[in-house]
Ligand binder design. Structure first.
Ligand code: SAM
Length: 349
């Protein structure tokens, strides 16, 4: 079996399938997507899986929470011995640094968590005995993923640590902070964790930097920015939570986020206004084009239909109207529902 395995939010399989199909075709690869509605995963069958995987870096995929290269698909596994066929299918593979036992993040997949965990406990020593797994976890080596889709049906797949999500199921486990004014705070925290590199987090988010938050109420994103020491102009007609204002770092302005502009250039702009995605994309482009901020994180709410096409259209529109070279990364985050999150940064002038 040759191809890629991608995990996605349940219900967004058509979007991931469309994305992989379009991106593979653009990169000159023949293949096709295989998926089922609400399964939480997509298989992209392709003879040149290694080359395709290199052509589609994980960080460039919007609807994929994880990107794996398939090794084998095992069906009709005998519940009395699921391990022997796995060891057999892995014959000739290089040594893995870690075993990740998984299941799709779907209604059908979640009940398989117990099976995956207990089988992992038995599979680990068997893999070590067969010389397929390092004695200690080694994060420099490729990881082996075993993904159960039913009790007798599993995929074996491989991830490269530098080109995949580091978390099981591709889901970062973030805890809601007791002081966070809204659950939305987790969205911005996840965006900063997933869309920025460690180095970018250290260099782009510094004490004393200045930011605007468009559509800020009740203040979750503003609160996250203040925790990094940023001073924030929070734009919303709605109220902000008092303890966010009490940080002394926040100026609340009751204004329209689509017409307000800063009096001087800012380091950051973030935007979580619930609006037509094209309208948001155009306004975000204006900010970058005019140099009102250097870095931005914004959400694009997706329509009910043609979500992949709308995503592509909005990102193209944004890139075109910004009229300057930009690094643009977009993802449907774990905490995103019918939306994607975009990070943009402009090179130093
Ligand atoms: N990011 C916020 C947080 O973490 O608490 C939540 C934002 S909420 C999803 C969307 C906000 O956008 C609402 O408070 C709404 O009042 C605001 N909003 C929508 N349209 C707006 C506009 N044109 N100008 C300013 N705010 C707007």
């Amino acid at each position: 079996m040759s191809g890629l395995l991608g995990y996605c939010r349940q219900g967004f399989e058509p979007e991931l399938a469309a994305e992989l199909t379009e991106r593979a075709a653009e990169a000159g690869f023949a293949g096709y997507a295989r998926t089922q509605r609400d399964s939480g995963f997509v298989v992209f069958v392709c003879d040149e899986a290694d080359a395709l995987s290199r052509a589609l870096p994980f960080s460039s995929l919007i609807f994929a929470r994880q990107k794996l290269r398939l090794i084998a698909e095992l069906q009709g596994l005998d519940p009395k011995d699921r391990i022997a066929p796995m060891i057999e299918a892995l014959h000739g593979q290089p040594m893995f640094g870690e075993l990740v036992m998984e299941h799709p993040d779907s209604d059908a997949g979640k009940p398989l968590a117990g099976l995956a965990r207990s089988l992992g406990n038995a599979l680990r020593p068997a893999l070590r005995k067969a010389g397929l797994l390092a004695a200690q976890d080694d994060e420099r080596l490729p990881r082996l993923h075993v993904c159960f889709v039913t009790g007798d049906h599993a995929f074996l797949a491989i991830s490269q640590p530098t080109d995949s999500a580091p978390w099981p199921l591709g889901i970062p486990r973030l805890r809601m902070h007791a002081d966070a004014p809204s659950r939305s705070a987790l969205k911005l925290e996840e965006a900063l964790l997933v869309l920025l590199t460690e180095r970018e987090r250290a260099s782009l988010l510094r004490d004393g930097m200045r930011a605007a938050d468009l559509g800020a109420a009740p203040g979750g994103w503003t609160w996250v920015l203040t925790r990094h020491g940023l001073r924030v102009q929070a734009i919303d007609n709605g109220p902000l939570r008092q303890h966010v204002l009490d940080t002394g770092l926040v100026e609340h302005l009751r204004a329209d986020g689509f017409s307000w502009q800063p009096q001087q250039p800012l380091d950051w702009m973030v935007c979580d206004m619930v609006e037509q995605p094209r309208r948001v994309a155009e306004r975000m482009a204006t900010w970058l084009r005019e140099g009102w901020c250097r870095h931005a994180i914004f959400n694009l709410k997706l329509p009910m239909k043609k979500r992949w096409q709308e995503t592509r259209l909005c990102l193209d529109l944004f890139a075109q109207q910004a009229q300057r070279p930009l690094t643009i990364r977009a993802k449907q985050l774990y905490h995103d529902r019918e939306e994607i999150t975009v990070f943009v940064t402009a090179p130093r002038p």
